[in-house]
Design a protein around this ligand. Sequence first.
Ligand SMILES: Nc1ncnc2c1ncn2[C@@H]1O[C@H](COP(=O)(O)OP(=O)(O)O)[C@@H](O)[C@H]1O
Ligand SMILES: CC(C)(COP(=O)(O)O)[C@@H](O)C(=O)NCCC(=O)O
Ligand SMILES: [K+]
Length: 261
Amino acid sequence: MLPVPAFPLLAVDIGNTSTVLGLADESLNLTHTWRVRTNRDVLPDDLALQLHGLFTLAGAAMPRAAVLSSVAPPVGENYALALKRHFMIDAFTVSALNLPDVSVELDVPDAVGADRLCNLFGAERYMKNHEYAVVVDFGTSTNFDVIGKGRRFLGGVLATGAQVSADALFSRAAKLPRISLEAPATAIGKNTTHALQSGLVYGYAEMVDGLLRRIQAELPAEAVNIATGGFSRTVQGICQEIDYYDETLTLRGLVEMWASR
Ligand SMILES: Nc1ncnc2c1ncn2[C@@H]1O[C@H](COP(=O)(O)OP(=O)(O)O)[C@@H](O)[C@H]1O
Ligand SMILES: CC(C)(COP(=O)(O)O)[C@@H](O)C(=O)NCCC(=O)O
Ligand SMILES: [K+]
């Protein structure tokens, strides 16, 4: 039985780089979204101030329930403490162990990242005409989450994120400048910056397209491919195998998971 009243519902997706927050109404629509830096050093009272500040700035009603997904301990635990202490909310924290209608078909099911389980729920609305979906989540790491109809998490790929690749290269090559991760006009770079951008953006997009084709070849029917995450905007229109871009897929998945549990 759901606690009443449960809305507005606060959903918090804590990644290694960013924390994405949203408030959802009774229809499960996101009325507000925010993106803040994930900071492992902040304490529950810091987080409560941040939450209160965001709600107040937006003129939003205070939440009555909360659902959390975290791949960056102890930040999830600290949000749960902040919500308990300052908002009187017992947050629901996602893991493979508390989602009975999901089959996680992995060697060690509870080792899967909670964000990847959110993506399973977020992908469902794209699966009306497809037996399979692949969510490509461009974050600190780039995950490929392979999903089968009937809430089956089939596995996937974990690849180094674009920013992490760039940072690794800059830290080891003394003469290379730090550049912004954006697509240059042509693949053939005429200067150091454009050549680096070509490698990082086009090289990354080709890696993604290639892996999507490999994954497709291992599936018995056509999959729908959806991109999300901080870097997805940069490769929008460049990756040819991606069918949809959806920046709020993980957060919406979190809300839908909460509602269907
Ligand atoms: N607003 C933005 N526009 C373009 N790229 C972004 C933006 N925010 C984050 N990124 C890039 O996205 C990646 C991190 O994505 P994010 O979704 O924040 O990660 P995580 O899920 O691990 O917290 C980094 O490569 C970063 O450079
Ligand atoms: C793969 C991840 C690091 C992605 O995190 P993110 O890039 O979104 O911060 C995270 O989902 C995680 O820690 N997963 C655990 C291992 C697994 O899913 O198999
Ligand atoms: K990710």
